[in-house]
Design a protein around this ligand. Structure first.
Ligand code: ADP
Ligand code: MG
Length: 319
């Protein structure tokens, strides 16, 4: 099964162009759609989930025209929206059973079976009699996954499920999610690059409604570890700071360079986050770094406008 999105655009009534000619082919497995807030992820997820229409473009799921034959899509769709309201006074097993009925699992034995299986699968069986209002964020999201899996969907969409989860809950959630991504299409939208690095076998980077990059995470890492050489002029002109992050109170900068640029730098393995920021800063390939919203400062951006791939190095001392 393949989901083929072609040239999908959407401008909201307020003039915001949320999607700008998006084309993606998404195959069985875990697909990560990564981008900063406001980049159009939810708009695209809701469009695929048949909850809203684009202005132009087409979407096909296998033989089904998604924008025309919405009912057919809904029958095979499992959807975990970004904003989920829960019914705080109902327990997990009761609500899931109710949702199963709505999903068309009317045979009682079959339904009980499905509900038990799903709650066990997401690690909530022991908590099945607890009211949803008492669930932690991670438990609610895992309940959301169980709900999305009712009726054995072939297309599963989860919109920013890890935002707001603590590291342990996040890990648990991603592990449960990756277990289901083997025989179906799972689209995971996130602004957390590590989510994609952890569980996705394919991905796209989106910003301001525009797909900046698509491909496998491994290929992205290969690209950033690649070999085109920049010309070295002066120290700061040529230090292409990809990411800066705080580690134990020190700022660690990942810088693109051919060789050790100076004291305090050590070789480092670039990661997917470095790649993500490299892409975000080269908007539409025209080097319009001024639109970048990622980490780093203005100077970093102008340095990043030029093309070239080199090895990343860590500045252990920070700047
Ligand atoms: P993301 O999920 O990546 O944060 P969204 O798809 O929610 O992005 O939003 C993309 C852009 O569209 C944002 O600028 C947002 O403010 C705008 N937007 C989203 N929904 C609406 C809406 N219903 N009406 C007007 N603008 C919207
Ligand atoms: Mg969103």
């Amino acid at each position: 099964m393949e989901l083929v999105i072609e040239n999908v655009s959407k401008t909201y009534a307020n003039g915001v162009r949320a999607l700008d000619g998006v084309s993606l082919t998404i195959r069985t497995g875990m697909f990560g759609l990564v981008g900063p807030n406001g980049s159009g992820k939810t708009t695209l997820m809701r469009t695929i989930a048949t909850l809203q229409d684009p202005d132009e473009g087409s979407i096909r799921l296998g033989p089904t025209d998604v924008l025309q034959d919405k009912e057919a899509v809904r029958r095979v769709l499992g959807y975990l929206p970004q904003e989920v309201g829960v019914y705080p006074n109902i327990n997990a097993v009761t609500l899931l059973s109710h949702l199963a009925t709505l999903k068309g699992i009317t045979n009682r034995t079959e339904r009980e079976h499905a509900v038990e299986n799903l709650l066990k699968r997401v690690g909530l069986w022991d908590d099945r009699k607890k009211k949803l209002g008492t669930f932690s964020g991670g438990m609610k999201q895992r309940f959301g996954i169980a709900q999305a899996l009712l009726g054995n969907p072939e297309l599963i969409i989860v919109d920013e499920p890890t935002a707001g989860l603590d590291p342990e809950e996040r890990n648990k959630f991603l592990n449960h999610l990756s277990e289901i991504g083997e025989s179906v299409i799972v689209i995971l939208s996130t602004h957390i690059v590590d989510d994609v690095a952890q569980v996705c076998n394919d991905m796209a980077i989106i910003r301001e409604g525009f797909v900046l990059h698509k491909g496998e995470p491994q290929a992205a890492l290969d690209e950033i570890r690649g070999n085109a050489k920049p010309e070295l002029d002066e120290f700061f002109e040529n230090h292409r700071v990809l990411t800066t992050r705080l580690r134990a109170g020190k700022t660690i900068a990942h810088v693109l360079a051919d060789e050790r640029p100076g004291e305090g730098f050590d070789g480092a393995d670039p990661d997917l986050q470095d790649f993500y920021f490299m892409k975000l800063r080269r908007v539409n390939g025209n080097g319009n770094g001024g639109r970048a919203r990622g980490g780093g400062n203005g100077r970093d951006r102008s340095m990043l406008e030029r093309d070239g791939h080199v090895t990343a190095v860590d500045s252990g001392k920070g700047r």
